[in-house]
Design a protein. Structure first.
Length: 358
């Protein structure tokens, strides 16, 4: 019987990374050649062949990558294996799909490169690229840290191309204070960068395609500038970003007895909510599960998920859990909340097809 799945994190070294994946989130950082700059923890991934680029580790030789289950009877199996054999439990009606979300933690000790991701139109014309729409939820930020998102209103393509040539791209970027609890939605085609000193949870479509535009005049590990992708980026950058897409997402809240649901993002690829549970035991009502596959990223507190009498799955800050779509026994599925708990819940929109998710 399907149950909540936890996964082995896949740690990625990045030139801009730091040590908060270990220090704040408790991730088991590998001791590899004195590497100290760990920028990403891939928490849930099921990427098809040809998806993963050479600078990301953990992929098969064909460029596919699938997380390994860390708990229960399926421990050690890949998410790909689970979905192949039990797909209807986690993706009802879509059992032939790869899981259409990629979930990460990002720790930026330094600025990420200024970058943009492909749009659907671009990927249709360029096989081997993959659409990437994402959202950042700020977990931790040092005073003065920033999120860079979108170009200044009125920026034209000629102005932007001139800024690229002269190394002044940063002068045309909009920036916002990075504040714990803020959520930033980044549709494909939005120019952006995570500023130094910010730790975020990232929910995105399953893509490892990034077009770098500007790298803050930084040198790579080999002492040379990292590769840029200017021509590709110029094909996808949206010069007129809607005003509401530039701001942190406004919270919309709904109260349900012992829990508070705050809606953050609703888009064609995923819905994102923050759910807060009071201390004690609570049945998981339809307002939380709604018979949909979803991923929980635990932000605060501790709890145990008792899933239809199959035994408890403990959750704590930094954990990521994939919940089955169907609730097998509503009267025997509940949470024992040890301390007030908050999770970031990513759901799939109804009737999403595999072709739309790629």
């Amino acid at each position: 019987m399907a149950y909540p799945l936890k996964f082995e994190p896949i740690l990625q070294p990045r030139i801009w990374g730091g040590d908060r994946l270990r220090r704040v989130l408790g991730k088991p950082v590998p001791s590899r050649g004195g590497q100290t700059k760990w920028g990403e923890s891939w928490e849930l991934a099921d990427l098809p062949p040809g998806s993963v680029k050479a600078d990301s580790i953990g992929a098969d030789s064909n460029g596919a990558l699938s997380s390994l289950v860390a708990n229960g009877q399926w421990a050690g199996k890949s998410l790909r294996d689970i979905l192949t054999q039990h797909g209807s439990d986690y993706l009802p009606g879509r059992s032939d799909m790869h899981y259409p979300l990629l979930v990460k933690f990002l720790d930026a000790r330094e600025n990420l490169s200024v970058q943009v991701h492909p749009t659907a139109e671009y990927t249709r014309a360029h096989p081997g690229t993959h659409l990437k729409t994402e959202a950042w939820y700020v977990i931790n930020a040092v005073p003065g840290a920033k999120i860079y998102k979108g170009l200044l209103p009125g920026t034209t393509r000629p102005q932007f191309e001139s800024a690229i040539r002269t190394g002044k791209v940063a002068d045309l970027l909009q920036s916002f204070p990075a504040r714990e609890g803020d959520c930033h939605f980044l549709p494909s085609g939005t120019i952006h960068a995570l500023g130094a000193g910010v730790l975020v949870a990232e929910v995105q479509t399953p893509s490892d395609t990034t077009f770098r535009i500007f790298d803050w005049n930084r040198l790579g590990p080999d002492g040379k500038p990292r590769a840029m992708h200017i021509e590709e980026a110029l094909e996808v950058v949206k010069f007129e970003t809607p005003t509401d897409a530039r701001q942190p997402v406004a919270l919309r809240s709904r109260q349900h007895e012992d829990l508070l649901v705050r809606e953050l993002v609703q888009c064609e690829y995923f819905n994102l909510t923050r759910i807060e549970f009071a201390e004690g035991s609570v049945l998981l009502p339809p307002a939380v599960l709604d018979n949909q596959s979803q991923v929980w990223i635990v932000l605060a507190g501790q709890a145990v998920l008792d899933w239809a009498g199959q035994g408890g799955v403990a959750i704590a800050p930094g954990d990521t859990v994939l919940l089955p779509a169907a609730l097998p026994d509503a009267q025997r599925t509940y949470m024992r909340v040890v301390s007030p708990c908050a999770v970031l819940a990513a759901r799939l929109p109804a009737n999403k097809t595999s072709s739309e998710a790629n």
